[in-house]
Ligand binder design. Structure first.
Ligand code: PMP
Ligand code: GLU
Length: 397
C-alpha cells in the first residue's frame, strides 16, 4: 500500500501554524478575525536591514554560501555573543540555518537517537517534542504550572534524569509562557547538570531581545557546563525578520561539525541575501530592537490587565517574549448551543468561531489547562480581541 513512513505518520502538524492558517482562511471569506495565534512580530523589518539585502542583490550574492553561513555573518554572531552575552566562541562553532526552527532540529537530529531520553520542561514550544519524535527519541516531560511561574526547579530536573538522558531543551524567555529564568534559577539547574556530564543542554534563546527584566541570562555562562551547551538563536523575533529565515547555533565544536554535515546533505547554506541582511542586523544600530521591545512591554502590560479582567482566567505576569498564557480550565465542562468545551483546544476553536479571535489551545504546548494569546499586534487589536473573548466566554454556561 502507498503510505507515508511510520515516522511521518507519528508526527503531529504544527498547531501554531494550523491555527494561523485557519484564521487566514476565515479572513479570506470576509470574516473579521483578529489573529493572536501565530507568534511573530507585527513590525516591518528595519530599513537599514532591508537596505543591506538590496545591496547584497546588487553585489551578486546569488551563489551558494558556505554550508554553515558566510564567515562575515558568523563573525558578526561571534562578536554579538562576546558583546551582549560575554561568551567566547570561535567562528567554526557557529552554524547558520533556515531559521531557529531548523537549528533546533539540526541539533536534535545530530545528537538524539532511538532510546535516548530528552527532558522537555512543559509548557514547551510545540515543535520540540515533534522533533524528538522525528529523531526517534523519547520525550520526558517535566511539568511546571502557573503556580511556579511555568519554570522547573533543580529538584524536578534531578528527578527526571535517568541513565538514558541525552539532552534537555530549555527555552528562556519562553514560548508559550513568557517566563524568564533568572541567573540564580539557571545556576541551580546548571548545578544539577554539572553532576551529569553526559547531558547536552539545548538552550533556545530566540526571544533574548524581547525581555522585560533587564539583562538576558544564558545558561552557557556557567563554566562548569558550558562545553555542553548549544545556544539556539536567530533574527526572526528580535529584528522582526520571521520570513527571512535565518537562525543559528553556537555549539561545542563536535556538535557544530555534525550540524554542518547534516545540513550539507539536506538544505545547504541558508539564503545568501537573507544572510547579508542578518549580518546588518547584528552589526548595525540596535536602536530598532529597543524600540520594538518597548512596544512589546507596553502590550504585555495591557494584556495582563485585560486578561485579569476576564472572569475565570488565571493570569501571571510574563517577563519576556510576546505571549499571555492564562489558565482557562474554569471553562472546561461548560457549553454553548450543545457544544461542550472539554479542553483548551475546544476553547480555542470556540473563540475562533464564536468570538472571531484566533489563539492556540495549551494542549499543543503540553499545558492543556492554558491557552496562548500572542500579543504581537496593535494595542487597538488587543483591546478589541480581549473584549470579544470576554463576550464569547460569558455565553458559556
Ligand atoms: N524557538 C521558539 C521557542 C520559537 O518560538 C520559534 C518561533 N517559530 C523558533 C524557535 C523558530 O524561529 P524561526 O525558525 O522563525 O527562526
Ligand atoms: N514560533 C511561532 C509560534 O509559536 C511561529 C510558529 C511556529 O514556527 O511554530 O507561534
Amino acid at each position: 500500500m502507498l503510505q507515508v513512513s511510520e515516522r511521518l505518520a507519528a508526527l503531529s502538524p504544527s498547531e501554531t501554524l494550523a491555527m494561523s492558517q485557519k484564521s487566514n482562511e476565515l479572513k479570506a471569506q470576509g470574516i473579521d478575525v483578529i489573529n493572536l495565534s501565530v507568534g511573530e512580530p507585527d513590525f516591518f523589518t528595519p530599513d537599514h536591514i532591508k537596505a543591506a539585502a538590496h545591496k547584497a542583490i546588487d553585489e551578486n550574492y546569488s551563489f551558494y554560501s558556505p554550508v554553515p553561513g558566510y564567515p562575515a555573518l558568523k563573525n558578526a554572531i561571534v562578536a554579538k555573543l562576546k558583546k551582549e552575552n560575554n561568551l567566547d566562541y570561535k567562528s567554526e562553532q557557529i552554524v547558520c540555518s533556515n531559521g531557529g526552527k531548523q537549528s533546533v532540529c539540526n541539533v536534535i537530529l545530530s545528537v538524539v537517537g532511538p532510546g535516548d531520553e530528552v527532558i522537555v520542561p512543559a509548557p514547551y514550544w510545540v515543535s520540540y517534542v515533534e522533533m524528538v519524535k522525528l529523531a526517534e527519541g523519547t520525550n520526558v516531560i517535566v511539568q511546571a504550572g502557573i503556580e511556579q511561574n511555568f519554570k522547573i526547579n533543580a529538584t524536578q530536573l534531578e528527578a527526571a534524569i535517568t541513565p538514558k538522558t541525552k539532552a534537555i531543551i530549555l527555552c528562556s524567555p519562553s514560548n508559550p509562557t513568557g517566563s524568564v529564568y533568572s541567573r540564580d534559577e539557571l545556576k541551580a539547574l546548571a548545578g544539577v547538570l554539572e553532576k551529569h556530564p553526559e547531558i547536552i543542554i539545548i538552550s533556545d534563546e530566540i526571544y533574548e531581545h524581547i525581555n522585560y527584566v533587564g539583562k538576558h541570562e544564558s545558561i552557557a555562562q556557567f563554566g562548569n557546563i558550558q562545553d555542553r551547551v548549544v545556544i539556539i538563536n536567530g533574527v526572526s523575533k528580535g529584528y522582526a525578520m520571521t520570513g527571512w529565515r535565518i537562525g543559528w547555533i553556537a555549539a561545542p565544536q563536535w556538535i557544530a561539525s555534525a550540524c554542518n554535515k547534516l545540513q550539507g546533505q539536506y538544505t545547504s547554506g541558508p539564503n545568501s541575501v537573507a544572510q547579508k541582511a542578518a549580518e546588518a542586523a547584528y552589526t548595525g544600530s540596535q536602536e530598532c530592537v529597543e524600540t520594538m521591545r518597548t512596544a512589546f512591554e507596553r502590550r504585555r502590560n495591557l494584556m495582563v490587565e485585560l486578561g485579569k479582567e476576564i472572569p475565570g482566567f488565571r493570569v501571571n505576569k510574563p517577563e519576556g517574549a510576546f505571549y499571555l498564557f492564562p489558565d482557562c480550565s474554569s471553562y472546561f465542562g461548560k457549553s454553548y448551543k450543545n457544544k461542550k468545551i472539554e479542553n483548551s483546544a475546544d476553547l480555542a476553536m470556540y473563540l475562533l468561531e464564536e468570538g472571531h479571535v484566533a489563539c492556540v489551545g495549551g494542549v499543543a504546548f503540553g499545558a492543556p489547562e492554558c491557552i496562548r494569546f500572542s500579543y504581537a499586534t496593535s494595542d487597538k487589536n488587543l483591546k478589541e480581541a480581549m473584549s470579544r473573548v470576554k463576550v464569547a466566554l460569558a455565553k458559556l454556561v
